[in-house]
Structure formats: C-alpha cells, structure tokens
Design a binder for this molecule. Sequence first.
Ligand SMILES: *[C@@H]1O[C@H](CO)[C@@H](O)[C@H](O)[C@H]1NC(C)=O
Length: 220
Amino acid sequence: MKTITTFLLLASPFLFFAFCIQLSAVSADIAVDDYVRAINGKALRTRVEYYILPVNRGRGGGLALDKKLNGTQCPLEVVQEQTEVSNGLPVTFTSVDPKAKLVRISTDLNVKFSAMSICVQSMVWRLAEFDEPAQQRFIEMSGVEGNPGPATAANWFKIEKDGDSKDYKLVFCPSVCNFCRFACRNVGIYIGGDGVRRLALVNFDAEPFKIMFKKVSSTY
Ligand SMILES: *[C@@H]1O[C@H](CO)[C@@H](O)[C@H](O)[C@H]1NC(C)=O
C-alpha cells in the first residue's frame, strides 16, 4: 500500500502534466480554425466579394449606404437594408498583413464596398466621429486602405466569433496602434428617428449585429 501511495505521489505531477498536454491539444484543435468562413464553409479570401448578411431573420437584409440621420448626404453611412430578401452591396476585405490571402478572425481588416456612390468619396469603411444628436458612433465612407498606424485606427475592423456560436460579428478594436487606448465595442444596429437601421458601435452587453458571409458568385 505504501509503495502504491508513493508511486502515485511521485507519478501525479507527470499525470497532471500529461493531462495538461491533453488539454492543450484539445484547445489547439479548436484554435487551428481561426479563419472566417462563408456560408459554404470556405474561408473568406481577401479582395473577393462577399455579402454580409444578418443571421437573425425578419430584421432587415444585407448592407447598403444611406445619408446621415441629420440629412447630410456625404459621406454616406453603412446601413442595413429594410427588407430581408435584399443581399445589399458586396464588400471586400483586406488584411493588415498585405500578404494574407485568407481572412482571419480577430485580425485588423479594411472593409470596402464594391460599389459606386453619388458621393465622390472612398468606399472604405471608417468609424465616424461621435454623432452628438444621436449619441452614436456610426460607420461612414471616408476610410483609406492600408497604412496601419495611429492615424488610420478608425479604418480597421475585426471579425469575431459571437461567443461559442458559429455566428460572426464585427468589432471595432484596432490593434494597429500599440499605444492608442480603445474601448473595444461590438458593431450593432441603431434604429434612428428616420427608421433606418444604421450600423453603430454598441456596448458589449448589448446585442451585436450577428452576421454571416455569402460569396457573391455563390448560389448558396
Ligand atoms: C450632420 O451630422 C454630421 C455628423 O454628425 C455633421 O458632421 C454635420 O455637420 C451635420 N450637418 C448638419 C447640417 O447639421
């Protein structure tokens, strides 16, 4: 009996060690798939067109552009189509890593609409200045692609998993500037007095805009 106890005492650190290896192997398996995937299961490619579609049904469609809440036309803001059947405008993603061919979760990305607008302006998403009347941060078409750093921090968004679900969400939490201090926020939907569903930053306890990605040329 004594020898068995001694053996267990001596062996237990190793057993524990083995257990830890087991655990890390499991978490590594999960961490391996850090690519953002479209509805068809394929990892999103940079510079390829996708629709950003809502996961929840009956609450609007894909993404589009609209004037500001106060009626100012340009730069246009990112809104959600009112009707669920509309895919809206396609977007393309580019990574902070210019060599990246696939879109990774939790990575700084530029998002660009694949469209033209009446405003002679960029089609790259940028977090707008604080909208005083609405007390919101909307997203407008005044961004530039690339040049990661403090000056471009407002142009970078990330795609994250929404908890343990297979749904995704957009977040504003740029890592392009080490010494900038941002409170990371989810992108949600704010419905203003005009009834338009604008993309806006929401607190982490508020519901994010849960999204999925559909390749433009894909039928499913
Ligand atoms: C409308 O709102 C934008 C953004 O908040 C602001 O820059 C602009 O000056 C406003 N325009 C008017 C006419 O109030």
